[in-house]
Design a protein around this ligand. Structure first.
Ligand code: HEM
Length: 426
């Protein structure tokens, strides 16, 4: 078997890592549904914390074997330095989805496109086109709209005063959904539909098949929107990309970029909003500082580190033999970088497992990844969090969870960690 075909075969199996349910998954992904639970434990949590095994591995074997499904070696990288080494390697790993196509029932229809599953030079060309849409100056134009969106949600919450309300549905999800729709130029009426697609993609309850179908559906919706905008480019990011790069970026690539922005920015920011609100409800001193507008920026950074909602980076496939932290990685091996593990590394101090806003070096966390695939929406996400947290605790200083901590429903094995719902009394 050539290295290229070996890598292709390995890549096809990576999708298997997405499967959570091992029995009863039908369709072309039935063959991928036989994954042992031991591959998925890095996505489990103990409350808000990574499970104990993560700390044990990080401290003793920062690069360790996760398993060998289908004979493919899968590595877990959980130490801060080795994770940075993998994510910043320019010639050691591939993210390219194209290599999945034609393997075990996966076809090109499932390629989500966008930046996350592309390697240079395609990644470089597309990222360069998207970057100007995310400069501080461009984003500053969205701030008044974000203020309005947050105020609108708080007003809607105030109307339910006295009753139990689901902060996830009424606050955490709508804020990023409306912000991204605004950024892209997606019609408001479609936002609920997109929330559903995004959730289906990241929550692996339905297995890999459900996740890939959601990607296909989202791309076909965006295809329609792009056709409309080609004829009549709007003010949002899509219209702007069409005006500036309409000839050099084809419709499929545009749909992939838009899809990456939409889904990349929705579930992630929503989870941060909900989990951050949960932390603020349990920490009176932090909530008081937030209410007074003190240290908002450093608290947001620390919540990003502590909660690390994107638990693992996209799977990388090694494209040459090399060593990380003294461990031999072979071409074709799959590497999973645990961002939640790396962000609790002693690198952040002896109290890395605790929340400590303003800790020395706290801003060097990996919640947005590192290297060429580092989150393009990081600044936008922080704008949303810096706006929404203080506004929430000011408006509802007495807000508390409506259920006991033991009854909160956390996602069990989702790439994006979060809550299923967050019942509160205001
Ligand atoms: C708190 C919120 C967010 C978190 C924690 C987060 C986290 C991440 C992480 C960890 C990566 C890198 C994955 C890897 O290297 O494998 C990433 C990439 C990405 N994120 Fe975010 N993200 C957030 C919000 C957003 C927003 C608001 C947008 C867009 C509006 C966005 C769009 C993207 C895109 C397009 C990529 C792919 C970049 C590339 O491959 O070059 N994200 N994000």
């Amino acid at each position: 078997m050539s290295v290229a075909s070996l890598v292709s075969a390995v890549r096809a199996q990576v999708l298997g890592l997405l499967a959570r349910r091992f029995a009863g998954v039908g369709g072309p992904f039935a063959g991928l549904s036989m994954l042992p639970d031991k591959l998925l434990w890095p996505l489990h949590r103990d409350g808000l914390d990574p499970v104990e095994e993560m700390a044990r591995r990080r401290d003793n074997e920062p690069v360790s074997r996760l398993g060998a499904p289908f004979g493919i070696r899968v590595w877990l990288v959980s130490g801060y330095e080795p994770v940075r080494e993998v994510l910043s390697s320019l010639d050691g790993y591939s993210n390219d989805f194209a290599k999945f196509a034609g393997q075990v029932g996966i076809n090109v229809r499932h390629d989500p496109g966008g930046l996350g599953f592309a390697d240079p030079p395609v990644h470089t060309r597309l990222r360069k086109a998207l970057t100007p849409e995310f400069t501080m100056r461009r984003l500053a134009r969205l701030q008044p709209r974000i203020d309005q969106i947050v105020a609108g949600r708080l007003d809607a919450l105030a109307e339910t005063r006295g009753e139990t309300v689901d902060l996830w549905q009424e606050f955490a999800l709508p804020i990023p959904a409306l912000t991204i729709c605004e950024l892209l130029g997606v019609p408001y009426a479609d936002r609920e539909y997109f929330q559903k697609l995004s959730t289906a993609r990241f929550d692996l309850e339905g297995g890999a098949g459900g996740s890939l179908d959601a990607i296909g559906e989202s791309l076909s919706y965006l295809g329609g929107l792009i056709t409309e905008q080609r004829a009549n480019p709007g003010d949002g990011l899509l219209g702007s990309l069409i005006r500036t790069h309409g000839d050099s970026i084809d419709d499929r690539e545009l749909a992939g970029l838009a899809d990456g922005v939409l889904t990349g920015g929705l579930e992630t920011s929503a989870s941060m909003l909900a989990l951050g609100a949960l932390v603020l409800m349990s920490d009176d001193a932090m909530a008081a500082r937030m209410r007074a507008g003190e240290g908002v920026d450093e608290t947001v950074e620390e919540l990003l580190r502590y909660l690390t909602v994107v638990q693992v980076a996209f799977p990388r496939v090694a494209i040459r033999d090399h060593r990380i932290a003294g461990v031999d990685i072979r071409a074709g091996d799959v590497v999973m970088c645990s961002l939640s593990g790396a962000n609790r590394d002693m690198q952040f101090g002896a109290d890395a497992e605790k929340i400590n806003p303003g800790r020395p070096g706290g801003r060097s966390h990996l919640a947005f990844g590192y290297g060429i695939h580092r989150c393009i929406g990081a600044e936008l996400a922080k704008m949303e969090l810096r706006t929404a947290y203080p506004a929430l605790v000011r408006r509802f200083p007495g807000m508390k969870p409506a259920v006991d901590a033991s009854q909160l429903e956390f996602r069990r094995a989702s790439i994006v960690f979060g809550l299923e719902s967050l019942p509160v009394t205001l």
